[in-house]
Design a protein around this ligand. Structure first.
Ligand code: ATP
Length: 450
């Protein structure tokens, strides 16, 4: 990209002095210099958007401070350097107070000083621009619309709640079936909030053996228990200044719920086996696929903890209730997959679309993604037809609901199906389903996939 010339406007009623400055500054081919002899001329030309103005304020038609004010009204940002003779120091000081960036006295050294001052201003400007660009890029990367894809009306409410969440530090509780995008929402809130420069730490309560939860969350000191060979920082401490994502919060055992509540109330942790209090500044985003209110009613979840973590409640709809979003997301996943694997443009045929729309997607967006990726590999001539799509369950939505299974049982079914299809390859199954392999190993260990 060709750099635009740096446009400098010199306001100077002494033609001789103006020419000296112009001559000197145009030695830099990047500088485009224009001279204006009075206030009227410069004001008429401000629309040309100078990058910098040098101002001699002993002008015939207007006082320096008045002119400065008018320049500011027309362009709040343009840097102004004041150049004056010794006698005008009082006025120069006043202009500096009003926001002029530099003040130079007219003498032999002015040219050099002006040159250096302009170089500095220019560098600052490009740094500022760079920071702005980076910030914009980051914002863009995690902007809700760019990450949380879909066009269903339910997303309007979701974006509005997420907008509120990013502007505050209030805790958030995200609920929704497995694979509906709870973690994605949590990340988008973190990276859209003032905490984005600090860590997003995610902890899955269902995946940590109960005897290790306390040390995992709050850390431990050396020798706190057998095996604690050195001090360990817990997830809360790791997330200090940032966000902790407590996934599957309903799986937290009751005794740990009490400990978590204490940490949230006191806003500090004490590592297991230690006594030092570590102050915490952590935003908590919890997630669950269970109905937490039901869990409270049945005594499995502490009510006081529920009220602590609920903050802004965000509920994600199942994919089957998002209508045409099934196709919007399918197109996105197929494009992404073919791009990543150099497969060229792959289209989804009409019969395949109908098939997708008539399925209930118990594994929601995660399942759609995996289904589409397999179909993209299976299809011939870069068109996905109905036959290329095989679902985990061929049952109709109503049949599926009649089964009266818990979400956990459905999840087990999905994982079992994929394991069988992939000759019990856990790593490949975890990759296809976009879950951690430790989750699968743990389920195998617990006999849930038998
Ligand atoms: N709206 C969306 N647009 C694009 N991709 C999405 C969307 N929602 C979810 N995904 C993708 O679907 C997959 C599952 O999402 P995520 O892990 O956030 O779900 P989850 O609800 O946290 O699942 P679980 O309850 O099983 O932990 C991820 O690959 C995620 O990137």
């Amino acid at each position: 990209m060709v750099e635009k010339a740096f446009r400098i406007f010199i306001v100077e009623d002494d033609p001789w002095y103006g020419q000296i400055l112009e001559y000197h500054l145009t030695l830099n081919p990047d500088f485009e210099v224009k001279i204006f002899k009075n206030a009227k001329e410069i004001l008429e030309n401000l629309y040309l958007q100078p990058d910098l103005i040098t101002l001699d304020f002993s002008l015939p038609d207007m006082q320096g401070d008045k002119l400065f004010e008018k320049i500011r009204i027309a362009n709040v940002e343009v840097p102004v350097i004041v150049i004056s003779s010794q006698e005008d120091i009082k006025m120069a000081v006043k202009l500096m107070k009003l926001g002029a960036v530099d003040y130079l006295v007219k003498d032999e050294a002015t040219k050099e000083l002006l040159w250096n001052s302009i170089i500095r201003i220019r560098e600052n400007k490009s740094l500022k621009k760079e920071v702005e660009n980076l910030r914009e890029e980051l914002g863009q990367k995690y902007s809700f619309e760019a990450t949380i894809l879909g066009q269903d009306i339910s997303l309007n409410k979701l974006f509005s709640l997420m907008g509120k969440a990013t502007k505050t530090n209030i805790n958030v509780l995200v609920s929704g079936e497995t694979g509906t995008g709870k973690e994605l929402v949590a990340k988008a809130i973190h990276y859209g909030s003032g905490r984005q420069k600090n860590k997003f730490v995610d902890v899955n309560m269902g995946a940590i053996p109960s005897e290790l939860i306390e040390s995992e969350l709050f850390g431990h000191e050396k020798g706190a228990f057998t095996g604690a060979v050195s001090r360990k920082i817990g997830k809360f401490e790791e997330a200090n200044g940032g966000t902790i994502f407590l996934d599957e919060i309903a799986e937290l055992p009751l005794n740990m719920q009490t400990k978590l509540l204490r940490v949230l109330q006191e806003r500090e942790v004490i590592r297991v086996g230690g006594n030092q209090r570590v102050p915490l500044d952590v935003r908590i985003i919890s997630a669950t696929h269970k109905d937490l209110q039901e869990e409270v009613k049945s005594g499995r979840f502490r009510e006081d903890l529920y009220f602590r973590i609920i903050g802004i409640p965000i509920s994600l709809p199942p994919l089957r209730e998002r209508g045409n979003d099934i196709l919007v997301l399918a197109k996105h996943f197929v494009d992404q997959f073919s791009k990543e694997n150099g497969l060229g443009v792959i289209k989804i045929g009409e019969d395949a679309r109908k098939k997708l729309l008539s399925y209930s997607f118990p594994g929601n967006i995660r399942e759609l993604k995996a289904t589409i990726e397999i179909a993209a590999l299976m299809c011939t001539e870069n068109i996905i037809n109905a036959d290329d799509i095989s679902f985990l369950s061929s049952k109709k939505k109503t049949d599926f609901l009649l089964e009266q299974k818990t979400l956990k049982e459905h999840t087990c079914d999905i994982i079992k199906y994929y394991l069988k299809k992939n000759n019990d390859d856990v790593v490949e199954t975890a990759r296809l389903l976009d879950i951690g392999k430790s989750t699968i190993y743990k389920m195998i260990q617990n006999g849930e996939l038998a």
